[in-house]
Design a protein around this ligand. Structure first.
Ligand code: ZN
Length: 457
């Protein structure tokens, strides 16, 4: 009762104050001299300075030493040589560490985690279940040093809700660029196979299942309407789908062209899942921006990559993971087991061949096929396949940012970019495995991990 009374009183007081303020504003607005000019904005405050013992800046190929990164709010204001002090700013001393831009994974599924009984789980788990586990996986990904992800395929728009919850600060996770549903054919990678036909409704463009170019355009517009930042297509079959060959082409060239055209009109890029060479090549001819996996790529595909300026997103770790899982009896149903054992081992060699052939590489892992948070193991596999460590790092910073059209915001430590920084002890250029053990994570000026321990928000 007392609380109710006090609330009434304070409401009245606030209302009276508001009326007085409005009266003041209207009297000023109607006075002959006009409204006074707005006061100049206060000078922006430097919020933090980071002392980096060494810096890999995501721009150059060399490692800088003894650098100060000046941070203003969520962005980098300045990168200076030496140790500069700024009064009033929080000091983050990483002088014992190598600092890098926050890493970017161009191929994740943060709303999924592949395991046994995949088909059964897809029938049991509600979108709310997916969202709750996704919030854990997103945080794990961020704490592993990945401050930006391109999430390539989710159901029920869980990815969009997750992205928005992260952007609003409700939960901790990487900044996300999300694809919503994968677009593919009836019975193909992305359709749910292996279920009695009378138990599930026939899917349509709203579930990403299309027939014909017009339907492809419809699926793109529908995905963008509900929040897609990027479009993902299945140019070929997939390892983890039940009812296809895994590598055979699925979408026609005409369908892929229509999808790419519709996406470009809406300012979205297209990423193509593709294993077999025919599907890889038609996807490149259709104008996709990246090929995911690329397992059976050949010389003609390599020249098409270069001709179109498209990236390969390798996902070697996913290939290794399914190859190993195929050796565990009963882990996959027989149809998937056979594909996993055949296609999995090809991916690392495909990457090596593409890299040597001069194809642009953007870092991506297919997180969700392997446990979330182990994304940085991909670096080790890239280096093992012949890519120098610095180039592997640039694939996850400069090149990944370029593929995402986000070079002005992420992927480098320079003026104007988000203050997305990670740090490791030692020199990752001589030991790339160090990236699997990130000590410090900052995203948009906020620290999420310090001294190897998560910081609670
Ligand atoms: Zn994938």
């Amino acid at each position: 009762m007392a609380t109710y009374f006090m609330t009434r009183v304070s409401c009245r007081r606030i209302a009276a104050l508001l009326l007085a303020a409005l009266a003041l504003i209207s009297s000023r607005a109607t006075s002959a001299s006009g409204p006074p000019p707005p006061p100049p904005p206060p000078p922006p405050a430097v919020t933090a300075v980071v002392y980096a013992g060494h810096l890999i800046d995501g721009v150059s190929n060399s490692v800088r030493s003894n650098v100060t990164i000046v941070i203003e709010g969520d962005r980098i204001r300045e990168v200076r040589d030496g140790r500069a002090s700024v009064p009033g700013a929080e000091v983050v001393d990483l002088s014992e560490f190598t600092v890098l831009p926050g890493l970017i994974d161009c191929h994740t599924h943060v709303t999924m985690q592949i395991g046994r009984d995949q088909l059964l789980n897809s029938l049991i788990h509600r979108n709310a279940d997916l969202a709750l586990t996704a919030s854990v996986y997103a945080r794990r990904t961020l704490l592993a040093g990945f401050t930006t992800i391109r999430d390539l395929g989710s159901s029920g728009f869980v990815d969009i809700s997750l992205r928005d919850a992260i952007n609003s600060g409700t939960i901790s996770g990487p900044r996300m660029f999300a694809a919503t549903r994968l677009i593919g054919i009836i019975g193909g990678h992305g359709d749910t196979g292996g279920i009695r036909e009378d138990l599930l409704p026939d899917p349509d463009y709203r579930s990403g299942i299309i027939t014909g170019p017009e339907d492809g355009a419809r699926a793109v517009r529908y995905a963008v309407k509900y929040g897609a930042d990027v479009i993902k297509i299945a140019a070929t079959g997939g390892v983890l789908s039940l009812a296809d060959s895994g590598s055979g082409q699925q979408l026609t060239l005409a369908e892929m062209k229509a999808i790419v055209d519709a996406a470009h009109l809406l300012d979205r890029k297209v990423a193509a899942h593709a294993h077999g060479a025919a599907g890889i090549k038609d996807a490149l001819r259709a104008g996709v921006s990246s090929i995911e996996h690329g397992s059976y790529l050949d010389d003609e595909a390599i020249s098409l990559f270069k001709q179109h300026g498209a990236y390969l997103v390798p996902t070697i770790i996913a290939g290794k993971t399914v190859e190993n899982a195929a050796k565990i009896p009963g882990f996959f149903p027989p149809a998937i087991q056979a594909k996993a054992a055949t296609i999995g081992p090809l991916i690392q060699n495909a990457f090596a061949r593409a890299y040597k052939g001069g194809v642009k590489i953007a870092f991506g892992t297919d997180a969700g096929v392997y446990p979330h948070g182990q994304n940085a193991k991909e670096f080790e596999y890239m280096v093992e396949a012949g890519m120098p460590p610095m180039e592997a790092i640039l694939a996850a910073t400069r090149s990944a940012a370029d593929l995402l059209d986000q070079s002005a915001n992420v992927g480098s430590v320079q003026r104007g970019r988000y203050a997305d920084l990670i740090a490791v002890r030692g020199d990752p250029v001589t030991d790339i495995k160090l990236l699997q053990n990130v000590s410090f994570v900052m995203k948009a000026g906020r620290i999420y991990k310090r001294d190897g321990k998560p910081v609670l928000h």
